[in-house]
Design a protein around this ligand. Structure first.
Ligand SMILES: Nc1nc2c(c(=O)[nH]1)N[C@H]1C(S)=C(S)[C@@H](COP(=O)(O)O)O[C@H]1N2
Ligand SMILES: [Mo]
Length: 447
């Protein structure tokens, strides 16, 4: 052990822990750990492949995070109707969600879900590329290394948790005993905090690893000519590499191809027409029937407990505002000025569709009860139970000229499953707030 003048043994200088303890740990590597490290023999594993996947994730994951936050904002946290309703100091700025462009929510939620799904193979490949680090021995060498490993636990645990909860939610598999939205929201913050820590530690290494090999060379190198990278300080490169079974270009193509395939099997849910049938990974809305009402239904009238008697001739709409109350039937609504708009419905769970809606402008209904300039509108459905039997709309959402209480779609009466006798449809409003089977609207001046 060479001396350095401090009089301390090398182990202690290097690792910060008492040397005897460290040396004992290092000697007593558990039987599995050594075998596992030696078992990772692929010659393509190394800093370059890790950096390529890291760079992809560094660009794409913040986009998934941001579109997720936008989806949260679109739900109207101001009215306590975002999930979870109370996020403490993680509260986002209280801004009005715009009504233009009308496809805004369709794009933010579509990107969030589609990109999130496409990144699954990239995340798995990134984890594969660093798996020897999991078996680092001794497991704790210095305080800095322990902190880094803890942040990795949050990083890896966080992304796997977000993927799992996200995928289960869009498959409508509410298997967990906790609220999806709450878990997914807080999980996202844990993950992004760990990502910031990770990136600030690893960015220089990622950049130098990317520069260490020329992409043009990799593109020319087949499996037979694939050689391991030189040994690296992180121990990613196999100490005893086996023969290559795939080239670096092959590995990147496999992951990229997997991402594109997943994307291709997902985007269909955001398209109308025959292409919707390509959304093989999504459970709903591939076969929504035909005719004017032939588009996806999230919750049928039967599932919502809506009976024929509820929606029949006895149906009345109650409008309230400024201490006044007006009750109208469907004939009275038909007698008012009708407006037609082509607008999307976009569900946060992934699918969207664009249809041509006709009905009465919400602002005309507000004017009818003498509140032409409401601060908000509280919409209630006939539906008695269920999370989505009511919604609050912002002032700009009530006043937009295309915001409707729709009576018809694509030239026909709404079907009962689509909300007959009347449903809300507002540009860029999340589908969840396009309340069906509307029973009452309360136009408020005080928020
Ligand atoms: N009353 C009521 N309205 C509702 C819902 C509901 O469960 N009950 N679901 C909402 C959700 S989550 C979406 S995405 C849209 C879906 O509209 P669609 O089923 O008519 O296509 O309706 C919304 N309106
Ligand atoms: Mo939805």
């Amino acid at each position: 052990m060479p001396g350095d003048g401090t009089g301390k043994p090398a182990g202690e200088r290097e690792y910060g822990f008492p040397a005897p303890l460290w040396r004992a740990l290092a000697r007593h590597r558990p039987p599995g750990a050594g075998a596992a490290t030696r078992g990772w023999r692929s010659p393509v594993r190394g800093p370059w492949l890790t950096a390529v996947h890291g760079a992809l994730l560094l660009v794409a994951l913040p986009l998934v995070f941001l579109t997720g936050l936008l989806d949260h904002l679109a739900y109207g946290p101001r009215f306590g109707q975002a999930f979870p309703p109370d996020v403490g100091w993680l509260r986002l700025p209280q801004v009005d969600w715009p009504t233009r462009p009308s496809w805004l929510f369709r794009v933010t939620q579509g990107l969030h879900v589609t990109l999130g799904i496409m990144l699954v193979p990239v995340v798995l490949a990134k984890l594969w590329s660093v798996i020897p680090k999991l078996f680092d021995w001794p497991p704790a060498r210095s305080v800095a290394q322990v902190l880094e490993r803890l942040s990795l636990l949050l990083l890896v645990g966080g992304i796997l948790f977000e993927i799992a909860t996200g995928l289960l939610n869009i498959q409508y598999a509410y298997l967990f005993g906790f609220d999806f939205y709450t878990a997914h929201y807080f999980g996202a913050w844990v993950f992004i905090a760990a990502l910031v820590a990770h990136v600030s530690l690893k960015l220089p290494r990622m950049l130098s690893a990317l520069r260490s090999r020329r992409p043009a060379d990799e593109a020319r190198t087949g499996t037979a000519a694939t050689r391991p990278e030189p040994p690296d300080p992180d121990g990613l490169v196999a100490p005893e590499p086996g023969p290559a079974t795939v080239s670096r270009r092959g590995a990147v193509a496999l992951v990229g191809g997997g991402a594109l395939l997943l994307g291709a099997l997902t985007v269909g849910q955001s398209l109308d027409g025959p292409l919707r049938r390509t959304a093989l990974l999504l459970p709903r809305g591939q076969d929504p029937g035909s005719g004017p009402n032939g588009f996806p239904v999230n919750r049928t009238a039967a599932a919502a407990g809506i009976s024929d008697a509820d929606t029949g001739a006895g149906w009345r709409l109650t409008l309230r505002g400024g201490g006044r109350e007006v009750t109208v039937d469907r004939a009275a609504l038909h007698a008012m000025a009708q407006h037609t708009a082509r607008l999307p419905i976009a569900c946060v769970e992934g699918w969207s569709t664009r249809q041509t809606w006709t009905g009465v402008r919400l602002r005309d209904l507000a004017a009818l009860v003498g509140v032409p300039d409401p601060a908000s509108a509280h919409v209630r459905s006939l539906e008695r139970a269920g999370l989505f039997n009511q919604a609050v709309l912002q002032a700009n959402q009530v006043l937009d000229g295309d915001s409707l209480l729709a009576l018809r779609v694509n030239g026909a009466d709404l079907s009962v499953d689509h909300g007959y006798p009347a449903r809300v449809i507002v540009p860029a409003l999340p589908g969840v707030h396009c309340t069906k089977w509307v029973a009452a609207i309360d136009f408020r001046t005080d928020g």
